[in-house]
Design a protein around this ligand. Structure first.
Ligand SMILES: Cc1ncc(COP(=O)(O)O)c(C=O)c1O
Length: 391
């Protein structure tokens, strides 16, 4: 049952409190209700303005109510929203080609979220091994502090006890070490794939060492396992290159994406090199909504804007500025581009205080605060953030 104290709900209207009791409690108590957005700002139902350094949890890369996104949505909604994967889809084909060019991989499969993309990548890795006659190669290795999603497969490679509690038995064959270096020993002849994030977002915004990531890649090659880079949070320009793996020089076999790809319209994608992609033969996997014309049209608009070199340069510049500002204000600042984290004594109360002062942030764990603004954020917004945090 939700709390109904007016201080918790910041004076939200009684009918809203009443109706919120019909929503399941997995998100806990939510004290604010947003009504509209504009650029890097959100406005709540009482008209209060917030500087948004959450971007819907690293989703709204172009901010809120971006005119080109709105125009694309309106145009595509008036043309064709959905027709299923029974038919060719020009928007889907265009996006697949573009993502292949940008990633250096060959083919795309589209779904509707990050967890679905990782779920599909787990299936793809196992099926690839199976079709090669390597039926024992079923193990999926992930890293300590990893986060790959909430469906049973993705949850099984997300080694966080609190998220897994009560859902056992999980997917068999999922394996992780307790330390990063020990991970290398877990990748062996029975490993179908190892999943990595270049910056572990939900794990506390920790950038992994380039040497470590390269060692994982080498170990995967030696063992004949696939390297899957989860770019659900880091992809679509977040770190200042279209994909974070470019910044650290990795060569993944498979990449998963979601979040920023359609600026808030649900979408997910799996990219793979030809030989691996070919394991998804007709009927072997699917999604009713996945890759529908509406999501694909918006994603094409997002990619057209974000993949421009000047846009990515902007992300790197403002990202460096944000990182420098945060370092002057707090401890253990880590991240790449516009994906930064900072250590504070109590993340939950820090985030609540920031919201009271008009800045939206997210807590990741008990002591880490995450900064993932829309990528259109400007240095003056960083100054505004810094001024408030300094208080
Ligand atoms: C790296 C990573 N992978 C997967 C997911 C799951 O994505 P979704 O919530 O869209 O299922 C997330 C979500 O935070 C993520 O950060």
């Amino acid at each position: 049952m939700h709390e109904t104290k007016s201080d918790v709900y910041n004076g939200l209207p009684a009918d809203m409190l009443q109706s919120s009791r019909s929503v399941m409690g997995n998100y806990g108590t939510r004290g604010l209700c947003m009504q509209r957005g504009e650029g890097v700002y959100l406005y709540d139902v009482q008209g209060r303005r917030y500087l948004d350094f959450t971007a819907g949890i690293a989703v709204c890369v172009l901010g809120h109510a971006h005119p080109q996104i709105t125009a694309t949505l309106v145009e595509q909604a008036g043309t064709l929203i959905h027709c299923s994967n029974l038919y060719e889809n020009t928007q889907q084909n265009r996006l697949a080609t573009r993502l292949a060019e940008l990633s250096g991989l060959d083919k795309a499969f589209f779904c509707n979220s990050g967890t679905e993309a990782n779920e599909a990548a787990i299936k793809l890795a196992r099926r690839y091994a199976y079709l090669k006659g390597q039926q024992n190669r079923t193990k999926i290795v992930s890293l300590p502090r990893a986060f790959h999603g909430r469906t049973l497969g993705s949850l099984s490679i997300t080694p966080k006890a609190a998220y897994q509690e009560g859902y056992q038995p999980l997917l068999p064959g999922c394996d992780w070490a307790s330390t990063l270096t020990e991970t290398l020993e877990h990748i062996d002849k029975d490993t179908a794939a190892c999943f990595v994030e270049v910056v572990q977002g939900e794990g506390g915004v920790h950038s992994l060492e380039v040497d470590f990531l390269r060692a994982i890649e080498n170990r995967c090659h030696e063992a004949g396992a696939l390297l899957v880079v989860d770019e659900v949070q880091t992809g679509v320009g977040r770190t200042g290159s279209f994909f974070a793996f470019e910044r650290v020089g990795l060569h993944p076999d498979v990449v998963t994406m979601a979040k920023g790809l359609a600026n808030g319209v649900p979408v997910g994608a799996v990219l793979a090199r030809q030989e691996v992609a070919d394991a998804f033969t007709p009927g072997s996997h699917g999604s009713t909504f996945g890759g529908n014309p509406l999501a694909m049209a918006v994603a094409n608009t997002v990619v057209d804007i974000v993949a421009q070199p000047t846009f990515l340069e902007h992300v790197r510049e403002v990202g460096d500025y944000l990182s420098t500002k945060l370092q002057s204000l707090g401890d253990e600042v880590s991240g790449i581009g516009l994906m930064q984290g900072m250590t504070v004594p109590d993340a939950k109360s820090f985030v609540a205080k920031a919201a009271e002062h008009g800045v939206l942030l997210t807590a990741v764990g008990n002591t880490r605060v995450r900064f993932v603004p829309p990528l259109i954020v400007q240095s003056q917004h960083v100054d505004e953030l810094a001024q408030i945090l300094a208080q």
